[in-house]
Design a protein around this ligand. Structure first.
Ligand SMILES: Cc1cc2nc3c(=O)[nH]c(=O)nc-3n(C[C@H](O)[C@H](O)[C@H](O)COP(=O)(O)OP(=O)(O)OC[C@H]3O[C@@H](n4cnc5c(N)ncnc54)[C@H](O)[C@@H]3O)c2cc1C
Length: 471
């Protein structure tokens, strides 16, 4: 459905749903909005998938309010779609059956920072940068850093990761516990603050990555880390992509404690040079970061230099001052926007596969040849320490032919990764865009997912039409 088709999607609402919306409007007043532009903003995210707006957007302020909304919506089977800041990339927030979107912009509080235990409790609408500034004076930090300034609720819901996952883990490892409003209106706390537990089914990890389809997250307990004594950032140019990938595999196999190891291909470097005013040589390049003691990081740098030299890489150019390091990593994080500048007016179709490390060089190489053959303008970038890489294909969204060509390319990228023992999505999640690959990836596991969805959300209220299709 196109934006124009959905403009008046809520004109034909059933009487029950219309009554629910009226009740919600009376209850939430100015925190209920149904203007077309706001609905459109909430049904169209950073994605190539066409917009499908919800019927209304509500801004809850507490878990109790979310319970009230769920109980009201259940009576008329009105879908509920939780919303962070809308940076997901696979149509996660589309409202194919309308419904209400819950925007957590008014639930941003940090409820506790337990410095001795190195954990914190937050509401779902806080963004990663807001949490970072809150923690600034504590000597602690939260390491999951998707390129966008996403919310912690959205990040838990998509099982997000980022540049530091190679050292500190993804949201899967770093969420200790969640408060979740279930489809029946009950409130569940999925865990405690203990670092480990064997107490029953692991509800925390069932909810992490469930993309708002099994429950609505209203609170998170997160692990924190101490800011290391020394942080060294560096860039290392290579003659070939293959050499860069092989160096990554050797560094990880050797147990080198790299905190970040990101690959940018020559086109990505061209884009960041122009956008972030850098002057890096336009060759395959690794962006690196070493965390530890002064002596430890120096030793890591020396070992890395040797590994890189053996694969045609170097010299290493590093930055220790916080402002220089920040400039480098901000440039990496801005790559999406930088990339758009390579083809003004185009949109990005971003692939997201992850393969076992030993297959990374081969997978990147085959994908690169595929890009060349297709003639795309498509920077390649990767969290390669985890075997995860993205191709950002720049597409003219007015051209159905181009879109079909890129879609077929995406299928090939996924097929290739699956054949190599990898996954169709390393970090962006399924949304609607990756649903078609789940059967191939999980086989009979998909039936288990459907059974879980049906058991926890029998009326298909929560973010319907995502991850698994219900009949
Ligand atoms: C430039 C750019 C760079 C990116 N880089 C990365 C990256 O490096 N790593 C990475 O992992 N991702 C990356 N992404 C993707 C995106 O940022 C992540 O998927 C992020 O976790 C989404 O968070 P959000 O707050 O925007 O959530 P939204 O997009 O608003 O929502 C995402 C999903 O989570 C659900 N959801 C949101 N809040 C809740 C809640 N409180 N309870 C239950 N469900 C909820 C929604 O229903 C939806 O299904 C990038 C995106 C962009 C645009």
């Amino acid at each position: 459905m196109t934006t124009a088709d959905t403009k008046f999607a809520n004109d034909n609402l059933s009487a029950d749903r219309a009554a629910t919306l009226t009740a919600l409007k009376e209850r939430f007043g100015s925190r209920y909005a149904d203007s077309f532009s706001l609905r459109e903003q909430h049904g169209h995210t950073t994605t190539w998938i066409p917009n499908q707006p919800p019927d209304a957007v509500i801004f809850p302020e507490s878990t109790d309010e979310v319970v009230e909304i769920v109980n009201l919506c259940r009576k008329s089977r009105t879908p509920i779609i939780p919303f962070g800041v809308g940076t997901s990339l696979e149509g996660h927030l589309n409202a194919p059956s309308g419904g209400v979107c819950l925007d957590f912009a008014r639930m941003k509080r940090v409820l506790a920072v337990n410095a001795d235990d190195m954990d914190c409790q937050v509401e779902p609408g806080i963004t990663r940068k807001e949490l970072e500034s809150h923690l600034r004076d504590t000597g602690l930090f939260f390491p999951v850093d998707p390129g966008a300034d996403a919310t912690l609720g959205g990040m838990a819901a998509t099982r997000a990761s980022g540049t530091m996952a190679v050292r500190y883990g993804t949201m899967r490892e770093l969420v200790l516990s969640l408060t979740v409003v279930m489809a029946d209106g009950s409130v569940v706390r999925t865990g405690r603050r203990a670092r480990k537990s064997s107490a029953g089914y692991d509800l925390t990890h069932l909810m992490v990555g469930s993309e708002g389809t099994l429950g609505i997250i209203t609170g998170l307990t997160l692990r924190l880390f101490g800011i290391p004594e020394t942080i060294l950032s560096a860039v290392c140019p290579f003659k070939t992509l293959d050499g860069a990938c092989r160096t990554v595999a050797s560094a990880i196999q050797l147990g080198l404690g790299l905190a970040r190891i990101e690959l940018l291909d020559p086109l990505s470097i061209k884009a960041v040079n122009a956008y972030s005013k850098l002057s890096l040589p336009e060759v395959p390049t690794l962006f690196l970061e070493f965390h530890g003691t002064r002596a430890g990081t120096q030793e890591q740098v020396e070992i890395f230099k040797e590994l890189a030299a053996a694969e045609g890489g170097g010299p290493l150019d590093w930055a220790e001052k916080p402002e220089e390091r920040n400039k480098l990593w901000q440039a990496r994080h801005d790559l999406y926007w930088a990339g758009l500048g390579l083809r003004p007016g185009a949109k990005a179709f971003v692939t997201d596969v992850c393969v076992p490390l030993s297959r990374l060089a081969e997978c990147v190489d085959e994908t690169y040849r595929d890009i060349e053959k297709a003639g795309f303008i498509a920077p390649v970038v990767g969290h390669v320490g985890d075997g995860n890489f993205h191709v950002m294909v720049l597409v003219d969204m007015e051209s159905a032919e181009e879109i079909a060509k890129v879609d077929a390319f995406n299928d090939r990228v996924v097929e290739r990764a699956l054949k190599m023992g990898g996954t169709c999505t390393g970090e962006h999640g399924v949304g609607t865009g990756k649903m078609k690959f789940l059967g191939k990836e999980h086989g009979t596991g998909v039936a288990v997912m459907v059974a879980i969805k049906k058991a926890l959300d029998p009326d298909n209220l929560l973010n319907p039409g995502k991850i698994v299709a219900l009949p």
